[in-house]
Design a protein around this ligand. Structure first.
Ligand code: FES
Length: 190
C-alpha cells in the first residue's frame, strides 16, 4: 500500500476510522455553532435580568438631604432621589429616579412618601393653603400622614410610605421604591 493510501493517524497513533472522523467533524461544527449563538443569547439574558438589577438598586437606601432642610412643624419637603442606574449596555451615575416627600415629626422622627400618586402615576403636590397633599390630575387628596383625605378621591389607596432614617444625626436616607398604580394593595415595581 502506498503512503498516500495509509489511513491518517491521530496524536496517540491510533488510526482514525471514517466514522470517527465524521463524528469529530460534527462535534466541531456543533461547537462553533454554539459559540455563535451564545453571544446574542447572553446579551438577551442581560436584558431579561435588567429588571432584577434595577430592583437591587432600588433596595438600597439613598441619601436625599439633611435634617436642617425640614421644618419642625411637620410641613413636608420634596427631595429628588438620585441613584446609579444601569441598563443592558450602559451605566449612568446619579440620575433622577424619582422624588419623595419627607416630614419631620416630634423627637426627630421622620415620615416619607413617594410623590407618585397611587391612582394613575401623576406627581402629587403639597397644597400649603390646605396643608394636605393634592394630585392635580384627578383631584385625589391625601392628609399629611398620607391617608386618603376625601372619600371621593379616585386613588385606590393612600400615598406610598417609604422607609426613612436619620444617619449621623443629620443625614436623611430613604429606601426608595415605586409601586404599581391603580391597585388597592401595594405591589412593588420590579
Ligand atoms: S393620578 Fe392622581 S388622582 Fe389620578
Amino acid at each position: 500500500m502506498d503512503a498516500i493510501d495509509q489511513p491518517c493517524q491521530c496524536a496517540a497513533g491510533t488510526p482514525a476510522s471514517p466514522a470517527r472522523r465524521a463524528f469529530l467533524a460534527r462535534s466541531l461544527a456543533a461547537l462553533c455553532g454554539g459559540a455563535a449563538v451564545s453571544v446574542p443569547f447572553l446579551a438577551g439574558l442581560g436584558v431579561l435580568m435588567d429588571p432584577l438589577r434595577r430592583k437591587s438598586e432600588h433596595g438600597e437606601a439613598v441619601r436625599v438631604g439633611t435634617l436642617d432642610a425640614l421644618p419642625e412643624d411637620g410641613t413636608p419637603v420634596k427631595f429628588p432621589v438620585l441613584a446609579d442606574k444601569q441598563d443592558a449596555w450602559n451605566k449612568f451615575r446619579q440620575v433622577p429616579v424619582g422624588a419623595v416627600y419627607i416630614r419631620r415629626l416630634a423627637d426627630k422622627k421622620l415620615q416619607a412618601f413617594n410623590v407618585i400618586c397611587p391612582h394613575a402615576g401623576c406627581y402629587v403636590d403639597y397644597a400649603a393653603e390646605r396643608n394636605s397633599f393634592l394630585c392635580p390630575c384627578h383631584n385625589s387628596t391625601f392628609s399629611l400622614d398620607g391617608k386618603i383625605d376625601d372619600p371621593n378621591s379616585p386613588s385606590p389607596r393612600g400615598m406610598d410610605p417609604l422607609e426613612v432614617e436619620l444617619r449621623k444625626d443629620r443625614e436623611l436616607w430613604v429606601k426608595f421604591r415605586n409601586y404599581q398604580p391603580g391597585r388597592a394593595e401595594r405591589i412593588p415595581v420590579a
